[in-house]
Design a binder for this molecule. Structure first.
Ligand code: GDP
Length: 325
């Protein structure tokens, strides 16, 4: 595969090249990994920056409806929109909560949109690392907005927040006492809480829920990277396509403010550090699973099991030997 050519085609915005590149970064074959590393290196200086938006919510809250409607709202303004997903269920079972092919049919036919389901990897960390690279690829391909979707089940939200410039939590209208269902940790990473389904019979409940979240958000410590009024709670109706303009205006206001104050770049730099460390950690762990290291590990484990070596001494010997491989 000609990586130089592939990277040129991506920079020109060639969607087939982009899709192929994402398949390449998702592959676990060693030669593919090597090609992917070269590709990411070539694309690191395009100077292009998308707005990376993380979006989470429990199943049924209206994520696909929102992303489709909001995506179409953005493409109507000539923005190029990519939708990626981090789906923890794809790691566990190979099945998927988010990958359903019938989702977002209208948006997937939109020439300014690009939709990609979650990579299926054996562990969530792998899903996240590959999605992070897909985000960079979409950015290099000239997308203006990259939406990264996940489900509200803890760990995956933290990972998505680590690759996004801003994080949106989509919620359903609720009775007052359901509010506590949102974990504090998630409230703390959210930049916007958007209460969906503010229409018909649910409208009043949605507005009440918004007020409740706004109150809860005010109780959080003010973060230096937030302008006045953030984190913010809003309502939308994804079904009736109402409130998209307001949500977009707030997103832009937040990102503009952070850019101006230097928080935007600082956060991206911190995220780069984070993902670098993750890659190193993963590479070290992977080393333990292959060839010599794996055999040595087994031998030392046997010695420990027999009682011939102490655990600590064997571990130390194992780790000291890693550098030699
Ligand atoms: P997801 O599982 O979070 O992706 O949720 P979906 O987008 O599949 O929506 C789940 C259900 O909620 C579907 O029946 C949608 O039609 C409905 N829904 C989504 N958005 C709205 C909305 O704004 N208002 C109303 N009333 N229903 C909605």
């Amino acid at each position: 595969m000609d990586i130089a050519q592939l990277s040129e085609r991506i920079v020109k915005g060639d969607r087939r090249a982009l899709a192929r590149a994402i398949t390449l970064v998702e592959s676990r074959r060693d030669d593919h990994r090597e090609a992917a590393v070269e590709l990411m290196d070539r694309l690191k200086d395009t100077g292009r920056q998308a707005m990376r938006v993380g979006l989470s919510g429990t199943p049924g809250v209206g994520k696909s409806t929102f992303i489709e409607g909001f995506g179409m709202f953005l493409t109507a303004q000539e923005k190029k929109v990519a939708v990626l997903a981090v789906d923890p269920s794809s790691a566990r079972s190979g099945g998927s909560i988010l990958g359903d092919k019938t989702r977002m049919e209208r948006l997937s036919r939109d020439p300014r949109a690009f939709i990609r389901p979650s990579p299926s990897q054996s562990q969530l960390g792998g899903v996240a690392r590959r999605t992070r690279e897909a985000v960079s690829l979409c950015e290099a391909a000239g997308f203006d907005v990259v939406l990264i979707e996940t489900v509200g089940v803890g760990q995956s939200e933290t990972m998505v927040a680590e690759m996004a410039d801003l994080f949106v939590l989509l919620m359903a209208p609720a009775g007052g006492d359901e509010l506590q269902g949102v974990k504090r940790g998630i409230m703390e990473i959210a930049d916007m809480i958007v209460v969906n389904k503010a229409d018909g019979d649910l409208k009043a409940a949605a507005q009440r829920t918004r007020t409740d979240y706004a109150g809860a958000l005010r109780l959080l410590r003010k973060r230096p990277q937030d302008p006045e009024g953030f984190p913010k709670a809003m309502t939308v109706s994804a079904l009736e396509e109402e409130g998209f303009a307001e949500v977009w205006a707030e997103m832009e206001a937040l990102v503009d403010w952070r850019r101006e104050k230097g928080f935007f770049d600082a956060r991206r730099a911190e995220q780069a550090r984070h993902w670098f460390r993750e890659e190193v950690r993963h590479a070290l762990l992977a080393q333990l699973e292959t060839g010599d290291a794996k055999a040595r590990m087994e031998r030392l484990a046997d010695a420990v099991a027999r009682g011939d070596m102490a655990i600590a001494a064997a571990a130390r010997e194992m780790v000291a030997g890693l550098g030699d491989a």
